[in-house]
Design a protein around this ligand. Structure first.
Ligand code: RIB
Ligand code: CA
Length: 309
């Protein structure tokens, strides 16, 4: 039984790898739609990038819907300093051959959830949570159809945008607070685990040697110079962890935790307080992933990526 999913994304190089992995998992996942959100770059560009990646992966049957142009409250903050002016530095992809589907991403999320079977649908947000928050507020009736939310965002330790906040939550902490309070099962991939998912030089070279356009694009993205001050030598595969979890949950370990998002002003804004040791005696609202078998993750990813054009 293929798990129906929606990927909500702000491509971004790591989003691109996550999308390609999802395209290569057609036997396990039924990707109902790609919805885009402003994040790494503005939504017009994340939408163009989603179309470019869809062309690359030969997944043109999957509709791409453009979503929120900015966070619920704060002005948009993007990350061109990390991902380059168009958000996909190093990929070398041509302009999209196709166009996005009509209808806003939030409307698409609502319609697809309402049409889902009683088994529900898995939402996979890889960027700021604005689209999901808007959908849950506009149509709370869809929540019972949300089987689970498997998301990349937050951090148990240092953030990557501020000492307190990881980028996706930093951009829209109010949306993140709505999602973490929604009452549906959440699997959270914060920086604590995604910074363990850095491809080795050997893995990157093997990806480049796959002999397909996918491998060449990913190799270009993973070998581009990494901006200083981000604390890692390689390019962490934050977002692919989400898709990899759907395919190989056995590679990950975590625990149920109470998680709260700081939305107040000041230096703690966007902080995800993760009660890893249960000190606050609050009911858990997320399964927080703490570790990954990174070598095996990349071995299995490479095997899947080899099947793409
Ligand atoms: O902090 C990393 C996250 O922010 C990733 O999802 C990256 O693509 C950006 O959206
Ligand atoms: Ca992302």
């Amino acid at each position: 039984m293929r798990e129906p999913i929606i990927i909500d994304t702000d491509p971004g190089q790591d989003d691109a790898v996550a999308l390609l992995l999802a395209f290569a998992a057609g036997d396990r996942l039924a990707l109902r739609a790609i919805t885009t959100v402003a994040g790494n770059v503005p939504v017009a560009q994340t939408t163009i990038n989603a179309l470019r990646i869809r062309d690359l992966g030969g997944a043109d049957i999957v509709p791409v819907h453009a979503g929120a142009e900015g966070p619920l409250v704060f002005p948009l903050e993007t990350a061109e300093f990390v991902c380059g002016p168009d958000g996909l530095a190093g990929a070398g992809l041509p302009p999209p051959k196709s166009t996005r589907a009509p209808g806003h991403a939030v409307e698409a999320i609502i319609a697809i959830c309402r049409a889902a079977s009683d088994d529900g649908i898995t939402l996979c947000p890889l960027g700021p949570l604005t689209n999901l928050a808007l959908a849950f507020r506009l149509a709370p009736d869809i929540l019972p159809k949300v089987k689970r939310i498997v998301l990349m965002g937050g951090a148990i330790g240092l953030g990557n945008m501020t000492p307190a906040a990881e980028f996706n939550v930093h951009v829209d902490p109010h949306a993140a607070a709505i999602v973490f309070d929604c009452g549906r099962p959440i699997v959270m991939f914060g920086l604590g685990v995604t910074l363990q998912a850095i491809a080795s030089h050997e893995h990157v070279e093997r990806i480049g040697a796959l002999g397909n356009a996918t491998g060449r694009a990913i190799h270009g993205m993973l070998t581009r110079p990494r901006p200083g001050g981000l604390g890692t030598a390689g390019h962490p595969m934050h977002d692919p962890c989400v898709i990899a979890y759907l395919l190989w949950p056995e590679l990950f370990a975590g625990r149920d935790c109470f998680v709260e998002v700081e939305t107040g002003a000041g230096p703690l804004c966007g902080r995800t307080t993760i009660d890893w040791n249960g000190r606050l005696r609050q009911p858990a609202n997320a399964h927080v992933i703490g570790s990954v078998e990174a070598h095996e993750l990349f071995e299995r990813m490479i095997e899947r990526l080899a099947t793409l054009p």
